[in-house]
Design a protein around this ligand. Structure first.
Ligand code: ADP
Length: 334
């Protein structure tokens, strides 16, 4: 047992992943060599020192001022890269931060977003022209049934491309921190408006939609448009990836200082090894085929919105059994 503990200790000390732990007074209790190198810590002895005496990086100091659990991006100076830091509570002690190098992921993400936005801007006007002319065809003369059918398919496809481009542009706006105006919001109201808006689709697939709201609920501080987007995207997926006659359940309740929103379905589910990737831009899991509508951007948008509300999101899913997305948003505190 003592040997195992020693191996675990050595793992943390020699790990290439930077880790820093502090006690309740924010004095360093652990800091491995990887953290010393990455954060350019020059002090010779760091243990027992107050974190702000040893670490200069503002993002790291801001991270340790947050209540764990919390995640944030840390920018290293002189274009040294970006780390994604996860701060977790250490029961009865303090908190530990694990810093993962996500520079490459951020670069790839930026390339994807730029690429999509260039396309989005260049392609939108020709698409509008296509739609305009196709719709005119029906007005200039009578068409047979097959021609009608083909026109319907063209219009559907153009609408799908337009929706995808709109999503890409939305994501850029959210990531750039545009229209983040926040107000006090009752989450249950956002949920009920969303369900009202999607009722036709739910009924169209003869699905049962159960809504459980644990009232009275504390309010949250959020952007109503973005939160509506978030609930809509999660519910649209539940509808889309659940068979006709399936069941959807939406739960809203409070836990500690958070509002929890859980959207569950008994649909096709997601394979365990694919679950870590579903929030990435354009990622579509192998449970969907090419002909099913979607751009793989919906969950990236959801994740960005959750991030802008200092929340967390995770998925639990079993193939052929169903999926639950859980979102945790901090309650409004004056
Ligand atoms: P899409 O436009 O493909 O729906 P999303 O970003 O919303 O893109 O979701 C990414 C992928 O995650 C989907 O393509 C699908 O494979 C999977 N997914 C999302 N929600 C569900 C769900 N409720 N049930 C099963 N699979 C889901």
């Amino acid at each position: 047992m003592a040997e195992t503990t020693q191996h675990i200790d050595e793992f943390f000390v020699y790990s290439h992943i930077p880790m820093v732990a502090v006690d309740a007074r924010k004095h360093i209790v652990f800091c491995n060599q990887a953290a010393i190198n990455t954060l350019d810590i020059s002090a010779t002895s760091v243990i027992g020192q107050s974190i702000d005496k040893v670490i200069n990086n503002r993002d790291v100091l801001a991270l340790f001022n947050e209540e764990a659990p919390h995640s944030a991006d840390i920018n290293l100076p002189d274009e040294g890269g970006i780390l994604t830091a996860h701060l977790s509570p250490l029961e009865g002690m303090g908190a530990v931060a694990v810093l993962i190098d996500t520079t490459h992921q951020h670069k790839v993400d930026a390339i994807k977003t730029n690429f999509m936005n260039t396309i989005a801007r260049d392609v939108r006007s020709p698409l509008t022209a296509i739609l305009g002319y196709v719709e005119l065809l029906e007005r200039i003369g009578s068409l047979n049934e097959q021609q009608h059918d083909f026109i319907g398919r063209i219009i559907f496809s153009v609408h799908s491309i337009t929706a995808m481009l709109t999503n890409a542009m939305e994501l850029e706006k959210i990531e750039a921190g545009m229209d983040t105006g926040k107000e006090i919001i009752a989450m249950e109201r956002i949920v009920s408006y969303t369900i009202e808006g999607l009722k036709k689709r739910i009924d169209g697939k003869k699905q049962a939609c159960e809504v459980v709201v644990d009232e009275p609920l504390p309010q949250i501080w959020g952007n109503p448009i973005r939160l509506r987007q978030l609930t809509t995207a999660l519910l649209e997926n539940a509808i889309k990836y659940t068979a006709e006659g399936g069941a959807i359940r939406v739960e809203v309740y409070a836990e500690s200082d958070f509002i929890i929103l859980a959207v569950s379905d008994n649909g096709i589910g997601i394979a365990t090894d694919e679950q870590p990737y579903i929030f990435e831009k354009f990622y579509r899991a192998s449970n969907v085929n090419d002909s099913s509508s979607g751009s793989g951007l919906g969950l990236s948008i959801v994740q960005s919105i959750v991030g802008q509300h200092d929340g967390r999101i995770w998925v639990e899913s079993q193939p052929s059994e169903g999926t639950t997305f859980t979102v945790m948003l901090p309650c409004y505190a004056e």
